[in-house]
Write a new protein. Structure first.
Length: 680
């Protein structure tokens, strides 16, 4: 009956309405109303007729994708795009529909140095006489780019001669000034979003843009104050369509700017632009775009200070990445030494090579580690803890094998525009989505490692060693979701001296054993023929928690898991968790993002010198990445009760930041709970 009803609805509803219904499931507005549920028919009609959908052809090819883009270029409305002070040709009412059965492309970063210098007219001439799909798609895409460029020139000819001049030179000329370079990046960034790629990174902009600014400064054409105003307008332009760009939650755009770090000549990059980006984000205190700072022993005290000032604003920027640690592990995994210098991240924190990687680092089902323990407790008792742990690792291996088996072959979308600037694609005449890039190392993510470790430690201590509770009693307590057993739940949460985040040999050994088990399974699999990575930081901590019953670490049923590599217990401080995280082993393929996530109080961060020293020591010891959220619990509680009190309050969510008022209630509650627990 359900199948007949479904077919009937499909037959009678216009395609536009059906498309709108599907897309609304990922629209941030309707996520806030209840996980994508439709409230009224009016919502559906308003969504449907307020947008224009560009459908794919029957054949799924690069040329078909390029033709969709060209149709959009012809219909772009200048009344809906940002036209001042920069031209940002993104029309949020035009939506490219990805073909059914095809996975969209996300979380990539182009080399914007190449974007600024590549002669598109020459490339078009080189490929125009070819008859393969890749060449045809690139030529059609360049033609579509030229359509937008010419339309922009006509618009600006009598409005802004400077921007008209930039557009006149855009296809085949390297920018002559810092301002022109900013405009060129914005132009192509907007068109990438129009192609419905998601989580589009921005790369190492302080390194890419510095030659243009230095030339202008040396020639006296611009002052640092004027350049800062240009950067500020640039940042505002990137954030002008945050909600359109977001995936599910407002702010989850993947627009990441990387700062500082070593270049290909071994020189350390820390210039006027590095500090300028930090100071602008500090001043604006907006959630998008985000910053990531590559840190090492050469990071100056002045840059550390500016980074802490930015973090103190509570916007979650910058995320800190351990440059020497990540580069070493990426080389060991298989990336070439000359390429790891230009590592970036896929949206949140998963490393890839800028301009060379089609690494889809979060394109599969997450591995839920605590859920396996819940299932085991319902299966029956074990004679010893050793038997329990051994069985857990076997089941963990089996679940990882199931997930890996389902992901061996993924059919990705075509992306001819991104392929233009991605190393390997033009050389191989192959689209980025079809394996054309130099690197195609996709990734798996695991969720709930801290909960799984603490659950196992509690079972060993309280069931098998201390005999505080029997196996059957624990199972019953969990099935009842700790009803009438709050004292026991608190003991499981905080009573065990052995817990995730404290660096005892026992805890470290168990954590590494679990990580190694997963790593071995994924190390034996491939996705589309390429080897894969695994990471132990996942944005699915709330989603996966919603489908998992109560766990022996004291977590209640359907509540969120611990976020990334963070403590479950409120008794563990920042110095302890970073010391613990630095001792975990991230070798082999365990490089797909391993973030220490911690909430700090404003008072703690105010002790700037002490705070900076803790961070410096943490990265020297070997912490992989660190994400810090500076929150005021009382402020969050007040903002939830009355959103009008703090309309501009920004918080870090997972790998992105967002306005607190834009978050669903579950995320607000989790941030408040964590702020109360850890920011004391």
């Amino acid at each position: 009956m359900k199948r007949i009803l479904k077919k009937t609805v499909k037959f009678f509803l216009p395609r536009r309405i059906r498309t709108a219904y599907v897309l609304m499931g990922s629209d941030y507005t309707f996520q806030r109303r209840g996980a994508g549920r439709l409230n009224t028919i009016a919502d559906l009609i308003r969504y449907s007729f307020g947008r224009r959908f560009f459908y794919p052809s029957v054949q799924v090819t690069g040329l078909a994708a390029a033709r969709q883009f060209k149709s959009m270029a012809l219909r772009l409305s200048f009344s809906r795009v940002l036209t001042a002070p920069y031209f940002y040709p993104l029309d949020p009412k035009l939506l490219r529909i990805i073909p059914a059965g095809v996975q969209g492309i996300a979380s990539l970063t182009l080399d914007y140095a190449k974007v600024l210098t590549l002669d598109l007219n020459a490339l078009c001439g080189k490929l125009r006489n070819n008859d393969d799909d890749f060449s045809l798609s690139v030529v059609e895409t360049i033609d579509a780019i030229d359509v937008v460029r010419k339309r922009g020139m006509r618009y600006y000819r009598k409005r802004n001669e400077v921007l008209a001049g930039y557009l006149d030179r855009l296809m085949d000329t390297t920018p002559a000034s810092f301002h022109e370079a900013l405009q060129k990046i914005l132009f192509f960034n907007a068109l990438l979003w129009m192609n419905r790629q998601r989580h589009i990174g921005l790369g190492r902009l302080d390194m890419v843009l510095w030659p243009y600014l230095k030339r202008d400064l040396d020639a006296g054409r611009v002052t640092l104050a004027e350049a800062r105003d240009m950067v500020k307008d640039f940042i505002v332009a990137l954030g002008s369509h945050t909600r359109y760009k977001s995936v599910g939650l407002a702010g989850d755009t993947g627009q990441v700017i990387l700062l500082s770090g070593t270049d290909r000549n071994g020189e350390y990059i820390e210039n006027e632009l590095t500090g300028m980006f930090l100071s602008v984000i500090t001043e604006l205190n907006i959630p998008d775009p985000k910053l990531i700072m590559r840190v090492c022993d050469r990071t100056s005290p002045e840059l550390w200070s500016k980074a802490v000032d930015c973090l103190a604003k509570g916007n979650g920027s910058p995320l800190l990445a351990n440059e020497p640690k990540i580069e070493t592990l990426m080389r060991q995994f298989g990336y070439q030494a000359e390429d790891v210098i230009d590592f970036g991240t896929s949206a949140c924190w998963e490393p890839l090579i800028i301009g060379k990687s089609f690494d889809q680092n979060n394109c599969t089902e997450n591995l839920n580690m605590p859920d396996i323990i819940v299932g085991m407790l319902n299966d029956g008792a074990f004679d010893t803890y050793e038997d329990f742990e051994k069985t857990y690792l076997l089941k963990l291996r089996s679940e990882a094998m199931r997930i890996a088996g389902n992901a061996r072959h993924i059919r990705f979308d075509y992306a001819p525009m991104q392929s233009i600037w991605m190393d390997g694609c033009v050389e191989n005449l192959r689209d980025i989505g079809q394996g054309g890039a130099k690197y195609n190392y996709h990734g798996f993510l695991c969720v709930g490692l801290p909960n799984a470790v603490n659950s196992l430690l509690n079972i060993r201590k309280y069931v098998y060693e201390d005999a505080l509770i029997t196996y059957d009693e624990l199972r019953k307590v969990l099935q009842d979701n700790y009803t009438g057993n709050e004292d026991l739940r608190q003991k499981l949460l905080n009573g065990n001296p052995e817990k995730f985040g404290l660096g005892s040999d026992t805890v470290l050994s168990l954590s590494d054993k679990i990580m190694r088990t997963v790593s071995e399974v994924f190390g034996q699999t491939t996705i589309n023929g390429g080897k894969v990575k695994v990471g132990f930081s996942s944005p699915a901590y709330l989603e996966e928690g919603r489908r998992t019953g109560a766990t022996p670490d004291g977590r209640e049923a359907y509540m969120p898991f611990a976020t990334h590599i963070s403590p479950v217990s409120k008794d563990i401080d920042l110095a302890e968790i970073v010391d613990f995280a630095a001792q975990l082993h991230y070798d082999g393929n365990k490089i797909n993002g391993n973030v220490v996530d911690f909430i700090l109080s404003e008072q703690f961060v105010a002790q700037k010198e002490k705070f900076i020293k803790i961070l410096q020591v943490a990265f020297r010891k070997g912490v992989y990445e660190m994400q810090l959220n500076v929150l005021n619990a009382e402020q969050l509680i007040a903002a939830k009760a009355d959103p009008n009190l703090y309309p501009g309050l920004v918080v870090r969510v997972w790998g992105f930041s967002a306005y607190f008022n834009d978050l669903p209630e579950a995320y607000k509650d989790l941030l408040i709970e964590r702020a109360l627990n850890y920011a004391s």
